[in-house]
Design a protein around this ligand. Structure first.
Ligand code: ARG
Length: 461
């Protein structure tokens, strides 16, 4: 193998095994676009500043363009036994091809500012893609909420039937969560959006670099004002992976519900065939595998967050090789969350809602009990006392095997004389839903209002 670019002061270099251990090429080759964009910006700036002559700059740009074409076409050979990282692989081939001009590209630059420049550019792209994918899921949830308006289902606390709600209300709860995830991805993009290039190894350089110029050429909105901060920190990775963790957590909760709702026992939804899998032994099975996988993959995204935070916690300024460990957690979190968002969006768009099963379940479980107590409060009974009376009504109904909706006014009066002829209206399930007219509540008008607000917010993203 050829000697490493830095081998000038060395008598021996690491063995093949050790070389591979130290290499990041197997994963950072993914940053080739960012790396080439940074090199083009740097070389162009060096030309403008009179550090390189224009013939060298032209040769560098042409050489990099050819390498980009080859990588794109899959004909460029990345070999981690030859090159430690993407920066060296590209520079080596460039120099082999264009000679001394290639050797001038790295003037006033270090891999320390180069790698974090690539990382910040990648983080910005990842954040933008995740934002769009999360927004698409928000749109899918809103579409289903609108399409299924009027469907009543049980609302739960402790996974016990609590109060009836509109399915739309339930779906929109996730839409709002995902909308906040979009904003977290935006914030992560902003956090990455400052250029470290020109910081060189750690202290800046003696060449008259124009950092604002390279920052502008790469699309960064500002320049990091401290060269040591620039090469040492990876807080932007933490911000992105945190946003990923939060989003994956929301997806996991939604998937958990879809899994429960898909059971024979609930039967609230049926996942589309194209979004389910079967069993190799049990012919009848239709499993919500993809939901389970999203739930399961949450562990690795959290792991990515703990991983990057832990890499950073003990390292002294500025660059330490530990920082090479910043990339895989970011890549893994991005890949996992993007794949999960796409999977969940597809499932939400195609799942069949069984409104009959939901309505049936909404009539079981005594979910109108609060309203029956409120009825007594309306007749002057203190709420605590009303709670006790209705608790006895429920206990008796459970023994008799009937629901609140089965009781006549006459029967209700055996628990309290305050129950009037209109008392059964208090427990009609549609009425129970429609009464919750508070802003943000589950009454159809209130849900229509929040849907309009959500659409407005989505349009503003
Ligand atoms: N492959 C390295 C990384 O990803 C590039 C920077 C290496 N710099 C150094 N002096 N070893 O962090």
């Amino acid at each position: 193998a050829p000697k490493p670019l830095w081998s000038g002061r060395f008598d021996a270099t690491p063995s093949g095994e050790l070389e591979l251990f130290g290499a990041s090429l197997t994963f950072d080759r993914r940053l080739w676009r960012e790396d080439i964009a940074g090199s083009v910006a740097h070389a162009t700036m060096l030309g403008r500043q009179g550090v390189l002559d224009e013939a060298d700059v032209d040769a560098i740009r042409a050489g990099l363009a050819r390498i980009a074409d080859e990588i794109e076409a899959g004909t460029f050979v990345f070999d981690p036994t030859v090159d430690e990282d993407v920066h060296m692989a590209i520079e080596r081939v460039l120099t082999e091809r264009i000679g001394p001009a290639g050797g001038r590209l790295h003037t006033g630059r270090s891999r320390n500012d180069q790698t974090v420049t690539d990382g910040r550019l990648a983080a910005k792209g990842f954040a933008a893609s995740l934002h769009d994918a999360a927004l698409d899921l928000v749109a899918a949830l809103a579409e289903r909420a609108e399409g299924e308006s009027g469907v009543v289902m049980p609302g739960y606390t402790h996974l016990q039937p609590a109060q009836p709600v509109l399915l739309s209300h339930h779906l929109l709860a996730y839409a709002w969560m995902l909308l906040r995830d979009c904003r977290r991805f935006d914030a992560a993009l902003d956090a990455a959006d400052a250029s470290p290039l020109g910081s060189a190894a750690l202290a800046g350089t003696t060449y008259p670099l124009d950092r604002a110029m390279t920052a502008g050429a790469m699309g960064f909105s500002s320049v990091i004002p401290n060269s040591m901060d620039a090469v040492a920190d990876r807080d932007f990775v933490c911000d992105l992976v945190y946003a990923c963790s939060m989003c994956q957590m929301h997806l996991s909760r939604l998937c958990e519900e879809l899994i429960v709702w898909s059971t024979a026992e609930f039967g609230f939804v049926e996942m589309d065939d194209a979004h389910s899998t079967g069993s190799s032994i049990m012919p009848q099975k239709k499993n919500p595998d993809f939901c389970e996988l999203v739930r399961g993959k949450t562990g690795r995204v959290y792991g990515d967050l703990v991983s990057i935070l832990t890499v950073l916690k003990g390292i002294p300024l500025t660059y330490d090789k530990d920082l090479q460990e910043d990339k895989e957690p970011m890549f893994d979190a991005f890949d996992t969350v993007l794949g999960s968002l796409h999977a969940v969006t597809g499932m939400v768009r195609t799942m069949r809602v069984r409104s009959d099963r939901m309505a049936e379940a909404a009539h079981e479980g005594f979910m109108a009990a609060t309203d029956l107590a409120d009825y007594l409060v309306g007749k002057g009974m203190p709420f605590r006392e009303a709670h006790g009376v209705v608790g006895r009504v429920v206990a008796d109904c459970v023994k008799a095997g009937v629901t609140l909706q089965d009781l006549t006014a006459e029967e209700l009066r055996s628990w309290s004389p305050l129950f009037g002829d209109d008392a059964p209206d208090a427990v009609a399930i549609d009425a129970v839903v429609s009464r919750r007219t508070t802003f943000g509540g589950t009454a159809p008008d209130a849900v229509a209002e929040q849907l309009a607000l959500l659409k407005e917010a989505v349009a503003g993203e």
